[in-house]
Write a protein that binds this ligand. Structure first.
Ligand code: 13P
Ligand code: SF4
Length: 312
């Protein structure tokens, strides 16, 4: 059955000159059929350079929007329009607009996990792969507003020593991990390295052996001599970690009630069946009004330029 769906997907992809971009948090079977699998930065970079006519985004809404902002003349499809993001939702555009009125002289740096409207109010976009370098690239005399993720914002603030005004937003998946319970888990597994995504809360970040974006965490597990890892990010990445290091052990970080809650339900809304259906129907498509698209494109292009300059 799965084989039949995959074969139909491959036939349609060829016919339509379509490409599937998938985030590491996608279901395992989707990671396996992706033309490009990566973190938010890699996927934005791929979207910026693809020659495909159709982009199927196996990810969440803001990611597909970013692809459309960069490709106004291509068809960009999100297989399930309900695939949102709690972090993007924690920053409503109207509230952000009011908030920015208090900081007129500031450079606005927004994490890519935000709506097109919020991007359009920003000067530079960043992802967890390049946030530190993007902030360091801003002249020291400039004041900075950072949104919408407060945990990433505080992480960068500590790392760079830059003063920043930070919007109070967060991702429900990364916030749920408990530092206390995860440290208990580490005490039971003293040989394990604790890997933490910077969207997690401060105490967990402080306890980490390594902090980084999904790609950085994956690379750490490939290169480390350690044999065991506790992973504090969405559990989709563990599929790749196991693939590259089949003899290493990966343990999911835990929440307060010791739940294994490291799953983003939005990411997991995308299925092979929905990918096939959207290739058949060329729906649902992402559409963005041109005036707001143009405003949102500028800070994304700026991020891509800086990343290229820095070899990221
Ligand atoms: P990265 O892809 O930058 O690691 O971000 C993780 C994330 O939460 C994406 O939604
Ligand atoms: Fe958004 Fe968090 Fe899901 Fe990433 S893991 S898409 S930040 S809700």
């Amino acid at each position: 059955m799965i084989e039949k769906i995959i074969s139909e997907i491959n036939i349609l992809k060829k016919e339509l000159n379509a490409i599937i971009l998938a985030h590491y948090y996608q279901r395992n079977e989707i990671q396996e059929i992706a033309d490009c699998l990566g973190d938010s930065l890699a996927l934005a970079q791929q979207a910026a350079k693809t020659n495909a006519d159709v982009i199927v985004f196996a990810g969440v809404h803001f990611m597909a929007e970013t692809a459309k902002i960069l490709n106004p003349n291509k068809i960009v499809i999100l297989p399930d329009m309900e695939a949102g993001c709690s972090l993007a939702d924690s920053c409503p555009a109207n509230d952000f607009k009011e908030f920015l009125k208090n900081y007129p002289e500031h450079i606005v740096v927004s994490y890519i996990n935000c709506s097109t409207q919020v991007k359009a109010m920003s000067d530079i976009i960043c992802t967890s792969s390049n946030a530190v370098q993007i902030i360091e690239d801003i002249p020291a005399d400039k004041r900075i507003v950072f949104g919408p993720d407060k945990n990433l914002g505080n992480y960068i603030k500590n790392k760079t020593g830059r003063e920043m005004v930070i919007w109070n937003g967060a991702c429900h998946v990364h916030e749920i991990f408990s530092a206390e319970k995860t440290i208990e888990l580490k005490m039971k597994n003293p040989d394990a390295k604790l890997l933490v995504h910077p969207e997690c809360k401060g105490p967990l970040v402080v306890a980490a052996d390594f902090v980084g974006s999904t790609t950085a965490l994956l690379n750490y597990t490939k290169n480390s001599t350690a044999k065991k890892f506790i992973v504090a990010t969405e559990n989709g990445i563990i599929h790749q970690m196991k693939k590259f290091s089949p003899n290493k052990e990966f343990i999911e970080a835990v929440g307060n009630d010791s739940c294994n809650c490291s799953e983003c339900e939005y990411m997991k809304l995308i299925t092979l069946e929905k990918i096939l259906a959207c290739l058949k129907n060329l729906q649902p498509q992402i559409n963005i009004e041109e005036d707001i698209r143009l405003k949102a494109e500028k800070p994304i292009r700026k991020m891509l330029e800086i990343s290229e300059k820095l070899g990221l």
